[in-house]
Design a protein around this ligand. Structure first.
Ligand code: GDP
Length: 364
């Protein structure tokens, strides 16, 4: 079950499958259930749940992933019927973030988000994990068991709450350090550009084009998690900082938006936002909206935004024409072939604030 039309559901499900593969799973079967609203007890309804149970048995699947956020009760109930681990979209996304976080701050933020997700679901997690320990699911592990879920089975809410407070304090400390760094950049009047965009839009590739930074480019959702700050130069020789941000995705769990708030403040504090859009995606405008929802949420909507449509090399002329009408002020590039990059550099130079002219008077 998902919101919207059948096409939306298929698209969302395809993205879910890609996310699951990014998390290291092999997707065996995908199906859509049409309902007016999710079933209060089992999310998919009891008939469908039985059907899925049979598919699980026939394919030997060890996990069922639902496209949406299930209530703790629905998770529990569905696991009882299916007899395998059930994971929802939120847990899957949290899991991917947990696997990819590299910085100390990123790790702490993801753990905090996982804790918050876990707290109301403690019972469900405990049950599914102990069932695993009983040997029903070969190999154990997998989505939803990495991170705090695995080691905290016996942990009571109080211990989790105290861990949450500790993480919050640590993160607040790290955010202060970052603000200090940012302030020192401000004092030096180095203009800053932030790159934001839907996951896989080509943010890392563009960062490389603009800075020769040698950032990892991956054809996987969420390659970019921790913000990278690089130095770059405008065509007229001024230095600016270029910050790559976390990948955005539809239905980014609210726990993560909260967790990444301080990281995303980099975006709110920048002089220019390059919003990268994958022009070859079936729904570029939908991606733009998903990013705008998050940007509004972190009060970054007042930062001047430049829409950069990427992957023109992979678009048909007809699609380019259509999208040009919808996005009149956009810059068109291919981070792969380099097409349009020079024009983009010119626009960046023109849009960045010029530093106040410094006149030094030398008194003899
Ligand atoms: P990010 O997740 O936004 O950082 O995206 P990446 O820069 O990692 O790129 C995601 C995928 O899109 C990679 O497979 C890139 O090779 C591919 N890609 C990036 N830019 C272009 C482009 O201009 N054209 C095409 N065809 N593919 C691109």
């Amino acid at each position: 079950w998902t919101e919207g039309t059948a096409v939306d559901a298929q698209r969302s499900l395809a993205e879910l499958a890609a996310l699951a593969e990014t998390a290291g799973s092999e997707v065996l079967e995908a199906f859509v259930q049409r309902r007016d609203k999710p079933d209060a007890a089992t999310y998919v309804g009891s008939g469908k749940a039985n059907e899925i149970r049979d598919i699980v048995a026939a394919t030997g699947a060890d996990t069922v992933i639902c496209d949406g956020e299930l209530t703790p009760g629905q998770l529990n109930q569905l696991e009882k019927v299916l007899k395998v681990k059930v994971v929802d979209r939120t847990a899957l996304i949290l899991d991917i973030f947990a696997q990819h976080a590299t910085s100390r701050e990123g790790k702490a933020q993801v753990e905090l988000a996982q804790m918050q997700y876990m707290l109301p679901r403690l019972r469900g997690w405990g049950e599914s994990l102990s069932r695993q320990a009983g040997g029903r699911v070969a190999g154990g592990g997998g989505i939803g068991t990495r991170g705090p879920g695995e080691t905290k089975i016996e942990t009571d809410r109080r211990r989790i709450r105290s861990r949450v407070s500790k993480l919050r304090r640590e993160i607040a400390g790290m955010a202060t350090a970052r603000t200090t760094q940012r302030n020192s950049r401000d004092r030096n009047a180095t203009p800053s550009v932030a790159i934001a965009g839907y996951t896989n839009a080509g943010k890392s590739s563009l960062l490389n084009q603009l800075t020769d930074a040698g950032v990892l480019v991956q054809d996987a959702l969420f390659a970019t998690l921790d913000p990278t700050v690089r130095r770059a130069e405008t065509v007229d020789g001024r230095e600016y900082t270029l910050t790559d941000t976390v990948g955005f995705v539809r239905h980014l769990p609210h726990q993560l938006v909260d967790a990444f708030r301080s990281t995303l403040e980099e975006v709110a504090a920048s002089d220019l936002l390059l919003h990268i859009v994958d022009g070859s995606d079936p729904d570029p405008l939908g991606q733009i909206n998903a990013v705008h929802v998050v940007l509004n949420d972190i009060d970054a909507s007042s930062v001047p935004e430049l829409i950069v449509v990427n992957k023109v090399d992979a678009m048909s002329e007809e699609d380019v024409l259509l999208l040009r009408q919808a996005l009149p002020g956009a810059v068109w590039i291919s981070a792969r072939t380099g097409e349009g990059i020079e024009a983009l550099r010119d626009v960046i130079a023109a849009r960045l604030p010029h530093p106040a002219v410094h006149v030094e008077v030398l008194v003899p």
